[in-house]
Design a binder for this molecule. Structure first.
Ligand code: MN
Length: 348
């Protein structure tokens, strides 16, 4: 994907990107191996269509580029610090043992980058949600030993969602470790993906938001956030549309609670404002930002670029154009919230 340069970034504000993606060759090789199967997963269709991705070799090269090469692109775009995360769907296509092996390898590689460039890179760890023993052990290792900044999970795992009891140990671990889980998109499960199998509907234009917002909604209305009240979650893509729906969610879930849905301690929207922080990744639309600011306030929105799926410069140019926002709001979105939520190093 080409990286259009539209003017040059303003140099008077610090920028921390919170959805900045990378790959390791071993992960791509393992996906290619699965793509030789007969599994009709829409995740694997992408791999099959051109050896890895319909974006082609340029995307793969950008995903694999870390170190000085990645930093040169950040410098050009004006990104001071990137919280890196392994590309979707991460390790969640694999059986629990393979997923754990690749998660440990990817987290080690990520930690090497953070150690080599501590003022430029942070990282979100992956883990196997479908292995209670190794998954939770890796979560603890990633934070306590590798010093990473949180976790990334690519929505469902084989059609299962974090509100289900087999994942409560992982949620308890994240809450105890005091770091967030970024719930990143992937395609919908095979069982519900049929209507999304046309027009490239399953991916970023629509299906990702449907899938990921559904995941967040399940966490809210299941009551799992009464069980783990300090658990922090992050959603990209301006909250996957949820800020727009809060009134209707409260109206109808309020009527379902205690009848056809669990009785909760709070209104659904109150969990969204207490347990979630959103990022602007890939949504460079002022009206959506204004709505999110009105609903969540400026301490629950973070800057992100979604690089390399979209150019870093699009996110930078969008936020550079919002100089009419209060300076404090700009600083919170661009870096202060990431310092608090992800323990990014304080701006110099
Ligand atoms: Mn992304």
């Amino acid at each position: 994907m080409s990286e259009p340069v539209v003017g040059s970034p303003r140099r008077d504000i610090h920028r921390v990107g919170t959805e900045e993606t990378f790959a390791i060759p071993e992960l791509l090789d393992a996906w290619r191996g699965m793509a030789r199967s007969v599994w009709a997963s829409q995740d694997l269709e992408l791999v099959r269509s051109s050896g890895m991705s319909y974006h082609g070799q340029r995307l793969i090269d950008n995903l694999l580029e870390l170190g000085e090469g990645r930093i040169a692109k950040m410098d050009e775009a004006g990104i001071d610090y990137a919280i890196l995360s392994l590309c979707s769907p991460g390790v969640q296509l694999f059986d629990p043992e393979t997923a754990s092996d690749i998660a440990e390898l990817a987290n080690d590689r990520l930690a090497e980058q953070v150690r080599a460039y501590p003022d430029r890179f942070g990282g979100l760890a992956v883990f196997a949600p479908h292995s209670e023993k190794r998954g939770i052990a890796e979560m603890e290792r990633a934070i306590n030993e590798l010093g990473l900044n949180g976790f990334i999970l690519n929505s469902h795992t084989a059609g299962h969602y974090l509100d289900e009891p087999q994942f409560w140990g992982h949620l308890e671990a994240a809450e105890a470790l005091g770091v967030p889980i970024y719930i990143h998109p992937r395609t919908l499960p095979d069982a519900v993906g049929g209507p999304f199998a046309v027009y490239h509907l399953s991916r970023a234009a629509w299906g990702y938001a449907v899938e990921t917002a559904t995941h967040a909604f399940r966490l809210i209305v299941s009551g799992v956030l009464d069980r783990f009240p300090r658990l922090q979650l992050v959603l990209g893509h301006m909250g996957e549309g949820i800020p727009f729906w809060l009134y209707r969610i409260d109206y109808w879930n309020g009527r379902h609670q205690g009848r056809t849905a669990p009785q909760l301690e709070l209104k659904a929207s109150e969990y969204f404002k207490r347990n979630f922080t959103i990022t602007i990744s890939g949504v460079y639309q002022r009206s959506a930002l204004d709505l999110s600011l009105a609903e969540l306030g400026d301490e629950r929105i973070m800057f992100a670029t979604d690089y390399p799926y979209q150019p870093m410069s699009e996110a930078v140019n969008f936020m550079d154009a919002q100089r009419d926002l209060p300076q404090e709001t700009q600083e919170r979105i661009m870096f202060r919230n990431a310092e608090r939520v992800f323990r990014a190093p304080a701006a110099g």
